[in-house]
Design a protein around this ligand. Structure first.
Ligand code: NDP
Ligand code: MG
Length: 386
């Protein structure tokens, strides 16, 4: 029987990579749901190509404007994932959440009871809502698979290992496009240069986060939550070739590391086939030359001052939500050319210290609504300042 897949955020970079894998195996997979924010023409083509009968368009204007376009093809269009799920009688085999930003949290929470396995690329939802996600995953016996390449590597390396034996985990960072530049020299660098990542082709938001090192800060927090680690058990190492994704050092003196090509195809396909173990990557020959001359260096705080953020204690309080939302808002302003590159750094560090936010760092959101209220508050604050 074909395995049913729900793909959230199908029109983005991860979504498209996932569809390229699924395209090659229509015999074994069928797509039950695709979603976009506003890219109607792309999701239309995807729905036709994969014969998908249910799709979601989040953007309300686009949703209303395009209802007829889909009706002609007998495709049902919904304005939210929650609405679409009301009509789903059977659990999907696997859901991939490839939505960007904090908007990915609500869909993840809503979909858990409708899927046997949930693979999340959307790191923002894990950082801000892991406590809620975990509760739902346990309640509905849904298996969780992290998709971020570093976390997929850790997850894979930890199979048959007892987590108690972990001494330290190293997450590798490419260093992004500005690894060899002093921050002083690139204060006003334009988004098009910051978007030009040396190793990965990704969506805009995560590309800027990779340049500022915010992406790796998020990934440290993500790893602490998923693998239940102490903050001193996770460290960042710059590794410009991005061939090795994670290194785990165990108490027994063994160290495991995982290497794969710099493409999200590998974690995505291995997640899609994880229960069958029959995925064949077309470039799977081991190339020992790639392992020669691998460089690992500790990141420089002067080049990447946002790393100071890791001094905060991330304990499922409002801090995580404020951090993710401030970054979402500042990166958006930068991409719109409303603030400079250095302002992302300075404003982030300054705003996090403001009394206005600090008073929440000892309080915990109780539910999704609390999270949403804080996200709105942060966005309003940033809008008032720029
Ligand atoms: P993209 O920006 O390329 O795609 C994001 C997807 O989410 C699009 O389908 C977009 O729709 C949709 N979307 C955006 N905003 C909303 C919203 N408010 N409501 C509903 N849907 C929305 O992002 P990426 O594919 O690069 O990244 C997706 C996630 O995966 C991010 O959290 C990222 O951090 C993580 N990730 C990405 C990696 C990568 O290589 N790209 C690697 C590891 C993790 P539309 O097309 O209409 O904008
Ligand atoms: Mg990553």
């Amino acid at each position: 029987m074909k395995k049913d897949i729900f793909l959230l955020g199908s029109t983005g970079s991860i979504g498209i990579t996932a569809l390229n894998i699924l395209k090659k195996d229509k015999k074994n997979f069928k797509i039950g749901l695709l979603t976009t924010n506003s890219n109607v023409s792309k999701i239309y083509k995807q729905a036709i190509l994969f014969n998908v009968k249910e799709i979601v368009i989040h953007n309300q204007n686009k949703y209303f404007k395009n209802l007829n376009k889909f009706k002609n093809k007998k495709i049902k269009v919904f304005s939210s994932i929650q609405e679409a799920l009301k009509f789903k009688k059977k659990k999907s085999h696997l859901t991939i959440n490839a939505i960007s930003g904090i908007a990915g949290l609500e869909p993840s929470l809503n979909i858990i009871k409708h899927t046997s396995n949930l693979a999340i690329a959307n790191k923002e939802s894990i950082i801000c809502g892991w406590k809620f996600l975990k509760k739902e995953l346990i309640k509905h016996k849904t298996q969780f698979i992290p998709l971020d390449s570093e976390h997929f590597s850790i997850w894979s390396l930890l199979k048959n290992e007892n987590k108690i034996n972990i001494k330290k985990i190293y997450l590798t960072a490419s260093g992004g496009p500005f690894l060899n530049f002093e921050l002083d020299k690139i204060k006003k660098i334009k988004p098009k240069y910051a978007l030009n990542h040396p190793n990965w082709k990704m969506g805009k938001k995560i590309s800027i986060d990779s340049a500022t090192m915010m992406n790796k800060i998020f990934e440290v927090i993500e790893a602490i939550k998923i693998f239940n680690l102490n903050s001193d058990q996770v460290e960042i190492l710059i590794h410009p070739k991005s061939y090795i994704h994670a290194i785990i050092n165990f108490n027994n003196g063994l160290t495991k590391l995982l290497a794969h090509d710099t493409t999200m195809e590998v974690p995505l396909a291995n997640a899609l086939y994880f229960s069958q173990n029959k995925y064949k990557y077309n470039n799977s020959n081991f190339d020992y030359q790639k392992l020669n001359g691998q460089n690992f260096i500790k990141p420089d705080l002067k080049k990447f001052p946002l790393l100071k953020i890791l001094d905060y204690k991330f304990d499922n309080t409002y801090l995580e939500i404020i951090l993710v939302s401030l970054n979402d808002a500042l990166v958006k302003k930068y991409l719109e050319n409303k603030i400079t590159y250095i302002t992302i750094h300075n404003s982030m560090l300054e705003m996090l210290k403001k009394k206005y936010f600090k008073k929440y760092y000892s309080l915990r959101p109780k539910n999704l609504n609390d999270v949403k209220i804080m996200v709105k508050k942060v966005n309003q604050y940033v809008d008032q300042h720029f």
